[in-house]
Design a protein around this ligand. Structure first.
Ligand code: FAD
Ligand code: EPU
Length: 348
């Protein structure tokens, strides 16, 4: 088996092309996983058995702060299968498919439902990890089930939405990292489609385009345009989207904050809980556009940290800690990082 797996595993590989922060770290082993059979072959290699492993999709929600001494499993499992399930289309998609191209392909195919999530970078297999969300829709709302390779059991398992424990930027996978590899995701796209167009930015963009009865394509184009304006292109400035989650506080906490900071941006999420706009909190600390060496707080969206060119993961993490300290000192609020930080503890 060893002889056969030699050609499947590359050694001492730069991960720079494989993370959207563009951080130049190296992995001691790197294997492309295009099928379950290939996964089983790679996992049977004694060097892989003995080493830490990391499942990687598009690398758009990770920050490497040092070299990875283990095996990267780069997910490239392809495939799209559609099934008529009565009231919905059930669409099973391989974990290695690109998220945005699947969203667009399904709309072209007359199966809308994911248009609000257009232009989110990364792979389909990573989408459930943090229950990706944008412009009024979360993955969980279009989800049927998924299949994982369970490393402990050495077998495939199906998981329902309840088992995935989806919440805002959260799932069971975030708390049990590297126990399971998502092989494919099945979406449930309602055949009776209705637009989700009440998110302020989307509503304004549609108004500006004189669209009164939006079709899925209109929402798709509006979301793409908004995102292109607001978020940095990782090919220009390395980034992982929002670096922090929007913090959730109680009604009383929010009232106290509003008394002191009347322009604070917050959203009622029900149950007496409020989501605060972390971008506003960072902005209010005067950190929007702050440059620290080769890392910066993006000057158009304070929730995004960027690599101006050649920054190390440790430099970006140091800036993240400065932001956390400033927000804690001014507002008494703890900001939790959204990307997975690989190499160092997230918070000092
Ligand atoms: P990776 O970064 O490769 O991995 C992320 C995590 O998932 C890691 O812990 C990894 O181990 C794990 N993982 C990856 N694939 C698998 C698998 N098959 N099985 C098990 N574990 C796996 N996110 C949003 O929610 N909303 C947004 O609007 C949004 N906008 C963004 C904009 C920009 C410009 C960028 C750069 C990022 C944005 N993100 C957003 C974050 C990111 O795109 C998503 O979290 C995306 O789902 C990550 O996919 P990926 O394949 O790149 O994951
Ligand atoms: N704001 C500021 N200053 C800033 C940035 C934001 O004051 O520098 C305020 C503005 O008032 C704005 C509000 O914050 O109205 C919210 O900003 P925005 O609409 O840009 O959304 P966000 O809360 O910063 C979230 C997600 C994004 C997602 C968008 C659209 C999180 C952590 N981030 O950003 O997701 O695309 O909403 O739904 O929930 C990601 O997760 O990587 C990501 C990009």
């Amino acid at each position: 088996m060893q002889a056969r797996t030699n050609e499947l595993i590359e050694h001492d590989v730069s991960l720079r092309p494989f993370n959207t922060f563009g951080v130049d770290v190296r992995a001691s082993m790197f294997a492309r996983i295009g099928s379950i059979e290939r996964l089983q072959q790679v996992l049977s290699d004694v060097r892989v058995i003995a080493a830490p492993r990391l499942v990687l999709g598009g690398g758009s929600n990770v920050l490497f702060t040092r070299d990875f001494d283990g095996c990267i499993l780069k997910i490239e499992i392809p495939g799209v299968q559609c099934e008529d399930a009565g009231e919905s289309w059930r669409v099973r998609v391989g974990a290695g498919e690109g998220w945005h191209s699947i969203v667009e392909r399904l709309i072209d195919d007359g199966k809308p439902g994911l248009e609000n999530l257009a232009l989110i970078p990364g792979s389909v297999g990573a989408a459930p990890i943090q229950n990706i969300g944008a412009y009024g829709v979360e993955l969980a709302e279009r989800f049927d089930s998924l299949r994982v390779w369970n490393f402990g059991a050495g077998s495939l398992q199906r998981m329902t939405s309840d088992e995935c424990k989806f919440a805002y930027r959260d799932s069971v996978f975030k708390h049990q990292a590297d126990r399971r590899l998502i092989v494919d995701v099945t979406f449930a796209l309602p055949r009776k489609w209705s637009p989700v167009a009440d998110y302020a930015d989307v509503a304004a963009e549609l108004r500006q385009r004189n669209v009164t009865q939006p079709q899925a394509r209109d929402i798709f184009s509006a979301v793409v345009a908004i995102r292109r304006r607001k978020l940095p292109d990782p090919l220009v400035f390395g980034n992982a989207g929002s670096f922090f989650k929007n913090p959730v506080v109680s009604r009383q906490q929010r009232t106290e904050l509003i008394d002191r900071h009347p322009s604070l941006v917050s959203y009622d999420i029900g149950g007496g809980r409020y989501k605060l706009a972390a971008g506003w909190l960072i902005d209010a600390c005067g950190l929007k556009g702050a440059v620290r060496g080769r890392a910066a707080v993006y000057d158009k969206q304070a929730l995004v940290l960027v690599n101006l060119g050649g920054a190390t993961g440790a430099e970006i993490l140091a800036l993240a800690r400065e932001v956390q300290d400033a927000v804690r000192a001014r507002f008494g609020i703890e900001l939790d990082p959204e990307p997975r930080i690989i190499g160092h503890a997230a918070v000092a």
